[in-house]
Design a binder for this molecule. Structure first.
Ligand SMILES: [Zn+2]
Length: 419
């Protein structure tokens, strides 16, 4: 991705650096050639060249670009996930979703799984400046045990699912599936250790992979410097994933004290993705969701919030993102996850912003490049009209965005529209 030429100055706003530190009331960010050279109070700023590009934050907030840590670019606001569309159409939808995510202030995202191998190539198009979108980490297709959460079509229909999921039976098949994905170019392998409230046959307390299958995926992935994550709801599945050496946990819903101890001993990040559960409870019935499934989402919501609080209290790491791309939880609503953690789970705005910036960058293994406003990092910056700390929901409204900056280049927001 090309970096800006020259010097950029973003001034006249409170500076929230992404570390969780208190905001700097009158802050300024200076970037040269796309990288931050100064971030701090205006009275300590260096002398600036007269030809520097200026962004006036208008008394609003200057913060790091947001990181979506569980992003599904190929989900397209459907009520039912399935492979009903050709790869050509889904690719175009994914491209539109990526542009939308950037417009929503997300300058980076980690895929939580993609149909076909679309996110691997979407990432390439974004990196080569062919298309606008977040800096991506790609996952490609996902791995699940046969009969698990993602294996929902009865066998007698003889429908292929290979564009979405690699179904495995036993450690050898799990290893073979991991090898295929490594060859496809993914950076993360997404697995399904457990079921979900959404499933008729594999609910949120069931296991969808054996420990041996999970360990086989991890050993093969790590051999090729690829990371592993998994959809982990049931307590035993969470423990299996931690013992198998997963690099992150998606959801981490039903955690007992032993699971928390295992998590803390490994310092494994968790991406709860909880606003989806609230949206499912509130809006699912209008899309035909059964009461049994709604009840399961409510149970997931309650336990997920409690686990998130437990992890925060224990000093663990949480990333924010979450399964946007269902009809009741559509693309574009990404920042509702941040508000949810403040207004529903009880995180402070600064804690939630840290989860959505620095922790996201750490999850992507790129915290040395972005995630905070600090010298040496890429100038990935979000400039918002208004006090985000006083009202976190301002992040949900992209009409409030003065600028979304990636590598020092204004890519979205009012200033991009005006240009
Ligand atoms: Zn997901």
């Amino acid at each position: 991705m090309k970096l800006a030429a020259g010097t950029l100055v973003i001034r006249n706003g409170q500076l929230v650096d992404g570390t969780g530190a208190a905001p700097v009331p009158d802050g300024v960010v200076v970037a040269h050639a796309g990288r931050i050279t100064f971030a701090g109070p205006v009275n300590q700023a260096p002398e600036l060249p007269p030809d520097a590009q200026q962004i006036d934050a208008g008394g609003g907030t200057i913060l790091p670009g947001l990181v979506e840590a569980h992003y599904h670019p190929t989900y397209f606001n459907v009520a039912d996930l399935d492979i009903k569309y050709p790869v050509e159409y889904v690719t175009l939808l994914a491209a539109a979703n990526a542009k939308l995510a950037l417009e929503c202030g997300y300058t980076a995202a980690r895929s939580g799984g993609s149909l076909h191998n679309i996110d691997v190539w979407l990432k390439r198009a974004i990196e080569n400046d062919i298309h606008l979108g977040p800096r991506l980490a790609a996952s490609g297709r996902e791995i699940c045990g046969s009969a698990g959460l993602m294996d929902w079509n009865p066998d007698y229909l003889q429908l292929g699912m290979q564009g979405l999921i690699l179904l495995v039976n036993g450690a050898d098949e799990a290893r073979a599936a991991a090898r295929k994905l490594v060859k496809d170019g993914v950076e993360w392998i997404k697995t399904y250790p457990t079921g979900d409230a959404a499933s008729d046959h594999a609910d949120h307390h069931s296991l969808c992979m054996t420990f041996e299958e999970m360990a086989a995926v991890v050993s093969e992935a790590h051999n090729y410097k690829t990371k592993v994550t998994g959809h982990c709801r049931a307590n035993e599945g969470i423990k299996n994933a931690l013992r198998a050496g997963f690099d992150t946990l998606e959801h981490g819903t039903f955690m007992d004290a032993e699971a928390l101890d295992l998590l803390m001993a490994r310092n494994t990040p968790v991406i709860p993705a909880l606003q989806f559960e609230l949206a499912s409870v509130e809006r699912g019935p209008s899309f035909g969701m059964s009461q049994k499934v709604v009840d399961g989402h409510q149970e997931t919501l309650d336990a997920g919030c409690e686990s998130a609080r437990m992890i925060l209290r224990a000093g663990g790491r949480i990333g924010l993102g979450g399964d946007y791309g269902f009809a009741w939880n559509p693309h574009g609503d990404y920042a509702k996850e941040i508000s949810f953690f403040v207004n529903y789970v009880g995180f402070t705005p600064l804690e939630a912003i840290r989860c959505a910036t620095l922790n996201g960058a750490e999850i992507m293994g790129r915290a040395n490049e972005f995630g905070t406003l600090a010298p040496g990092k890429l100038a990935d910056v979000l400039v918002v009209d208004g006090d985000v700390i006083a009202d976190i929901r301002l992040l949900e409204d992209r009409r409030r965005f003065v600028a979304v900056v990636q590598g020092g280049v204004v890519k979205a927001g009012r200033l991009a529209l005006a240009a």
